[in-house]
Design a protein around this ligand. Structure first.
Ligand SMILES: Nc1nc2c(c(=O)[nH]1)N[C@H]1C(S)=C(S)[C@@H](COP(=O)(O)OP(=O)(O)OC[C@H]3O[C@@H](n4cnc5c(=O)[nH]c(N)nc54)[C@H](O)[C@@H]3O)O[C@H]1N2
Ligand SMILES: Nc1nc2c(c(=O)[nH]1)N[C@H]1C(S)=C(S)[C@@H](COP(=O)(O)OP(=O)(O)OC[C@H]3O[C@@H](n4cnc5c(=O)[nH]c(N)nc54)[C@H](O)[C@@H]3O)O[C@H]1N2
Ligand SMILES: [Mo]
Length: 811
């Protein structure tokens, strides 16, 4: 999230798209309702289903799953052509005026640079780059040049007129126009539009482009960097933000430092030359990486050995995401697996095939609170345990309340939590398990093994005399960063060096374990409820990364001269009379530099300087309406159909994202386009009663009772056609599997009129499986294993099914 939950109270209009906060993020809903009560804010909800959030909306539009880009591009067209964008912001703070290579083309739904090599599609992005004159990028501040970003974007989205958007999405024209009218009011300086999204946006073969489209819209309206604005991904599990920050993703090292790839980054010098930009804040990446290596390898990381660069296992460049790993499992190339706080037998795409793939494992370790479907895969209903040779180990884990540690919420607030109760029985904290496991593995390596360096050189000194649990304080100091030698905790990442004098486990958390002068505890532990501006910044409540900044890109909350766009919502301003900055939030731009003043007073940096590059994390310093890098599948969002869709793409000949991720073998089956056998559009969603795969909530008797049955929401019209009533059993089938569940007949899902044709849409929760107090069919048996080319996130939210009334004996 660029902003944070409490900040929602400062919004004027919310566009909640592909998120059902009322059920999945109730804290977000609390502040949305506050904005409505106190400032008359409007809530627009766009969702294929009538959700609990939708029922509270001022305007609810039902659109077809997988058509968000058409929807958002349509709003952009309206905003641009009616000149409702925030002109000063767009010219000063985005790349609107930048000139793009004249070779850039878009034809038949494909961008220039498309390649097909050895059956693998990709883009060469050379023609997407800026025109240069020497080192300088060419610009046209009048925005008239046909090759400038603004004109290219304008031409691109001009194809998404209201009628076309309606034909694709199924949203009636007058309703869509209303969305455009209401949301575009936030382009006025002083108005704040807040985009709230979650899995309805991301879980698509064009999920990254969905999110990009929202960013571009927000840039056009000047909604980024301001209180009440932002692009606000409602992150998932309570600590999914923290786990992403800590690099639980295969392509990242902690703190969003790109992974080291074999072949491409053979030496530290190679890495620094190829991956550290000359401009923008990422030009400090070398300091972050060297400090990370120092944190990992301590005294073993020296200048002479490039700080232990060779100790880091390198990525082989293959698809090492969830789907890539299960593809390998199905081929039998993976011997053992840890399912550590994960239940892929229910949560993974094509779960039926994933469960089957696990049979190829020699061993499986499940670290969990319960014997999940994954831990129990070998005695699942459809399997014969005598034929499965996988050895399964179960390690009982403590739940969040049964251990201490830090959780980072969607708003980037790191908050330390104390242990409330002891874990039951033999259950241990994950940290305890990791600690014992590491030590045991290290012991094994003493008698030799493949590539011992990574393990043998690792700093591992978290012992706590007299305690069985490792000392979490020591770990937090390492993550926060310290001065090598003195061991002093660092106050911020500005202190990090690339000469081995500092160590830091995650630069974005630098300062989170530094003592707050008033609270006398580390920042992540403090809970001071003071809010001097009344804008909900709460600067001494927990720690907001980076640098305790509550709203990122906050230079954009002011004009070039440093006057806030909205005086009542001032988080930082330039006091021209006194020639100084007034700051309530931590600025993400330079306001002072060490001066020549003999008293040591810093020199104040005037506003013009930071106005020239307000998006400090980007090399060019300007928000990207056109993405020259960062995404690999398109510089501007373009509508493609989901891989499984009953509809042909009316925008171009290109049916799907030309480079979506797919697999051969067990995970290959897809219905494809306009397959008459599967005429119904399906999506999946969460319910308030259950959490995720239901491993915890289906073991909680009250919740299990509150939502006891697997169901599919079908429209009254479809029910009539199928001859089923509320509560009847139906069979839902795809080319991959079929499931039997109850029909929930109500107007949650209704047919949509898409390009003159009526199409049924159905929705299913994905929280059921065969274990637990209550059980039910798994929706993910139906979902396809296809994904977004940038992230490999599966297309969970748009696929096709056929539904039949259940006959006898189908169970
Ligand atoms: N009670 C509860 N809360 C949770 C969770 C839980 O399991 N239960 N899980 C947590 C986790 S890990 C996450 S990631 C979040 C997820 O939070 P959300 O993303 O809010 O949850 P979902 O219900 O998966 O999806 C949101 C909405 O997307 C809609 N949708 C489906 N297809 C499309 C589409 O093509 N476009 C658009 N715009 N919308 C579409 C669905 O109808 C649904 O209402 O919730 C978190 N909070
Ligand atoms: N069809 C469909 N599928 C989806 C989605 C969707 O929207 N639609 N959403 C996707 C998303 S966003 C997500 S995040 C994934 C989630 O997929 P998973 O992560 O596989 O599912 P969870 O149920 O969250 O699994 C977490 C497990 O951790 C255990 N657990 C809880 N606390 C602890 C702990 O402290 N320590 C340990 N060791 N274990 C613990 C729980 O008992 C549970 O078994 O599912 C994805 N799958
Ligand atoms: Mo999630």
């Amino acid at each position: 999230m660029t902003n944070h939950f409490v900040d929602y109270k400062n919004s004027d209009v919310f566009l909640m798209i592909g998120s059902n906060s009322a059920e999945t993020h109730p804290q977000a809903m609390r502040w949305i309702l506050k904005a409505r009560d106190t400032r008359g804010a409007k809530l627009i909800v766009a969702d294929p289903r009538l959700t609990k959030s939708a029922s509270m909306a001022d305007l609810f539009v039902r659109h077809r799953p997988g058509t968000d880009i058409a929807f958002i591009n349509g709003i952009m067209k309206y905003v641009i052509e009616n000149e409702l964008y925030h002109k000063e912001y767009v010219i000063s703070y985005t790349n609107a005026s930048y000139l793009i290579n004249p070779d850039f083309k878009f034809k038949d739904g494909v961008f220039s640079g498309f390649n097909m090599k050895d059956g693998k599609a990709s883009y060469d992005t050379t023609s997407w780059q800026y025109q240069k004159e020497g080192e300088d990028i060419k610009k046209d501040p009048t925005l008239q040049d046909p090759h400038c970003v603004f004109q290219i974007l304008k031409r691109h989205v001009s194809r998404y007129d209201i009628k076309t958007v309606s034909r694709i999405t199924g949203v009636p024209e007058d309703q869509f126009k209303k969305v455009c009218e209401i949301y575009s009011t936030t382009g006025k300086p002083g108005k704040a539009g807040n985009v709230i999204y979650a899995m309805g946006i991301t879980q698509h073969t064009h999920g990254s482009q969905n999110a990009r489209a929202l960013c571009v819209l927000q840039l056009l309206l000047g909604n980024i960097g301001i209180p009440g604005g932002g692009v606000n991904a409602q992150r998932g599990e309570s600590n999914v933000q923290g786990s992403t920050d800590m690099a639980m993703l295969n392509h990242l090292l902690p703190g969003y430092i790109g992974m080291i790839y074999a072949g491409k980054h053979n030496t530290l010098k190679d890495y620094l030359e190829k991956e550290v930009p000359k401009t923008g804040y990422w030009s400090n990446k070398g300091k972050f990486l060297v400090s990370l290596l120092k944190a990992w390898y301590g005294g073993k990381a020296t200048k002479e050995n490039d700080f232990g660069y060779d100790f880091v296992p390198k990525h082989d460049g293959k698809n090492r995401t969830h789907m890539g790993i299960f593809d390998e499992l199905s081929k039998g190339t993976v011997k053992g697996m840890f399912a550590w706080g994960q239940n892929p037998a229910v949560g993974g795409p094509s779960a039926y095939q994933e469960r089957k793939a696990m049979e190829k494992l020699d061993w499986l370790v499940a670290v969990d609170l319960f014997e999940t479907e994954t831990a129990a895969f070998w005695h699942r209903p459809e399997a014969d345990p005598t034929k499965i040779n996988t050895e399964v180990f179960f390690l009982p884990a403590a739940m969040s309340y049964e251990k201490e540690g830090t959780v980072v919420n969607s708003g980037r607030w790191a908050q330390f939590r104390y242990k409330a109760v002891n874990p039951p029985g033999e259950a241990k904290s994950d940290l305890w398990i990791a600690d014992k496991l590491f030590k045991a593995v290290k012991k094994e390596y003493q008698s030799g093994g493949k590539f011992p360096d990574a393990i043998m050189n690792m700093v591992w000194n978290y012992d706590q005399p007299g305690h069985d649990e490792p000392n979490i304080d020591k770990i937090n100091v390492e993550i926060n960063g310290y001065e090598v030698g003195s061991g002093k905790t660092l106050p911020s990442f500005a202190k990090l060096q690339d000469d081995g004098s500092t160590a830091c486990g995650n630069w974005v958390y630098a300062g989170f374990w530094f003592e707050d002068k008033d609270a006398k505890v580390p920042a992540a532990k403090r809970r001071i409820k003071k809010d001097p501006t009344g804008l909900g910044l709460y600067p001494q409540f927990a720690f907001s990364w980076p640098a305790n900044r509550r709203i990122v890109y906050n230079r954009c909350s002011m004009d070039a001269k440093g006057n806030p766009w909205h005086a009542e919502k001032t988080i930082i301003k330039w006091d021209a009379l006194a020639s100084k900055w007034v700051t309530y939030d931590v600025p993400d731009f330079g306001i002072t530099k060490p001066g020549a003043d003999p008293l040591g007073l810093p020199e104040v940096i005037p506003p013009e300087k930071s106005a020239a590059n307000p998006f400090i994390m980007l090399d060019e310093g300007h928000g990207r309406l056109f993405a020259v890098k960062g995404v690999i599948d398109a510089p501007m969002p373009e509508h493609y159909e989901p891989v499984e869709s009953p509809v042909r793409n009316i925008m171009s000949k290109q049916q799907n994202n030309p480079i979506f991720v797919k697999f051969k073998g067990d995970f290959e089956k897809v219905a494809g386009a306009a397959n008459d056998k599967y005429p119904i559009i399906a999506t999946t969603h969460r319910v308030v009663e259950h959490y995720q795969s239901g491993a915890v909530t289906r073991n909680c008797p009250t919740l299990a009772e509150a939502s006891a049955h697997m169901f599919v929401n079908i429209s009254p019209k479809l029910a009539q056609k199928l001859g089923v009533k509320m509560g009847d059993d139906v069979i839902v089938e795809t080319p991959r599997a079929q499931i039997t569940c109850k029909a929930a007949v109500n107007p949650v899902c209704l047919p949509l009129r898409v390009d003159g044709k009526e199409l049924e849409v159905v929705g299913m929760p994905w929280c059921f499986g065969y274990q637990g107090v209550t059980s039910g069919a798994t929706a993910n048996d139906l979902t396809p294993s296809v994904g977004d080319p940038n992230t490999s996130i599966p297309e969970y939210k748009a696929f096709v099914v056929n539904i039949k009334k259940a006959g006898r004996g189908v169970f």
